[in-house]
Design a protein around this ligand. Structure first.
Ligand code: MN
Length: 412
């Protein structure tokens, strides 16, 4: 609200509940912006902010679905007005049926309406969201108002995590750790990728996670070279590696882990050589995640480190590097994705990327080397918190990553 312009209103809508067909729907996932701002994890909720409203009680309003005993019996408890205030800290709670009337009245006091468009650098939304419908309706009804964007403010504040958020992300990482340790004792030749997925989900849910923070990738052998392999339906064969990009959510916060382990409990020499190279890139990249670093430049540096490792592994030669295309450097043949993204309420979270990194931003670090001609790929990924001074704090420091430790745990 401190960053909003004078005489302006901002409105934040919930996500729709997406239909499957007949009477079935996908499980509800709250839009992360309204959740971040209000804590309200319920469909159809609307948050309205109007810092200069004439009536002080209209400076923050939460609109929630009207609940009654009938709804409580069929759908379970919905937010009452009292509970909505407890959850959000907002004193003024109205039923959703009052929205049009209250909003019209407040718009007559305002000159500017902030719309919450999605400006994430990877967004590719094809469906019309509740927010889109609100914007369309609002533009028809209030053509003489000015429009402004909430997203730049949210990207900036959501990118820098509060202590409470980091604590929740640590819990998500700790649940992920339990899942990973569980499967180290489970994996052996002949298990199917989906059985590993099931072990993880079991461990996550019994630790009060809702489940996976994102669609899990359990990719044995050459499947690891398909970056978004999510079929998870193949048998894990002796001698192969399994790349697992899988992690728990907790309280709507994501963790994001990747580990690559040997099906038979022991890396062969070549696998180990490549694994150690990926781990060195990860460790070097992590050291660069400090206040002041620019994300794009960081990626260039990571590319240089990776290039020297790929030369060492004999995957590139000097001619490849000397003749490389600056827009698609030689290393991208074996490492074609980014090294780090913001993580938080979204796995690929909002957060400033073009300005210098700040303390309490949380990033993944996830280099990989993918070698289809050798039928394996290796990625290693942890989540780290940028500190005011010194190296970032690794939220996944307790999750085994060294070759010796993984082999020992798999064989004990
Ligand atoms: Mn990631």
């Amino acid at each position: 609200m401190a960053q909003m312009r004078s005489k302006s209103i901002a409105v934040f809508n919930s996500n729709d509940i997406y239909p499957i067909g007949a009477d079935s729907t996908l499980p509800f996932e709250q839009h992360r912006d309204i959740f971040y701002l209000s804590g309200a994890d319920q469909e159809e909720t609307i948050l309205l902010l109007f810092p200069e409203a004439n009536d002080e009680k209209h400076r923050e309003i939460l609109f929630v679905r009207e609940t009654n005993e009938h709804i409580a019996v069929w759908e379970g408890e919905k937010l009452t007005k009292e509970r909505a205030t407890e959850v959000s800290g907002i004193e003024t709670i109205y039923w959703l049926t009052d929205f049009d009337r209250v909003f019209f009245d407040l718009m007559t006091e305002a000159d500017i309406i902030y719309f919450n468009t999605n400006e994430h650098y990877r967004q590719a939304v094809e469906t019309q969201t509740r927010e889109d419908r609100f914007i369309q309706k609002c533009k028809m009804q209030f053509p003489a108002h000015q429009y402004a964007k909430s997203n730049p403010i949210l990207q900036e504040i959501r990118g820098v995590k509060e202590r409470e958020e980091i604590d929740l992300m640590q819990i998500a990482c700790n649940i992920t750790e339990k899942g990973f340790r569980r499967l180290l004792g489970f994996v052996k030749p002949g298990v199917f990728e989906y059985e590993i997925e099931a072990e993880l989900l079991h461990e996550f849910i019994r630790n009060k996670s809702k489940g996976f923070a994102y669609t899990p990738i359990i990719a044995s052998g050459n499947n690891a070279n398909v970056l978004h392999y999510i079929e998870n339906n193949q048998e894990c064969k002796a001698g192969d590696l399994i790349l697992m990009d899988v992690a728990a959510e907790y309280a709507n916060y994501s963790s994001d882990l990747t580990r690559t382990i040997p099906v038979s409990g022991k890396f062969n020499d070549r696998q180990k050589e490549v694994y150690e190279a990926v781990l060195r890139v990860k460790n070097e990249a992590t050291k660069m995640l400090v206040p002041g670093t620019i994300w794009a430049e960081y990626h260039k540096e990571c590319g240089k480190i990776m290039t020297s490792e790929l030369l060492g592994l004999g995957l590139l030669d000097m001619a490849d590097v000397q003749n490389e295309n600056a827009d698609w450097p030689a290393y991208k043949k074996y490492f074609m994705h980014g090294t780090s993204h913001h993580i938080g309420l979204n796995t690929h979270d909002y957060g400033a990327l073009k300005t210098p990194m700040k303390a309490n931003m949380v990033f993944t670090v996830e280099p990989g080397i993918y070698i289809p001609e050798e039928k394996f790929g290796i990625r290693l990924e942890d989540d780290v918190v940028i500190q005011e001074k010194g190296a970032p704090f690794n939220l996944m420091a307790n999750i085994p990553i060294e070759v010796d430790e993984i082999e020992t745990l798999m064989n004990s």
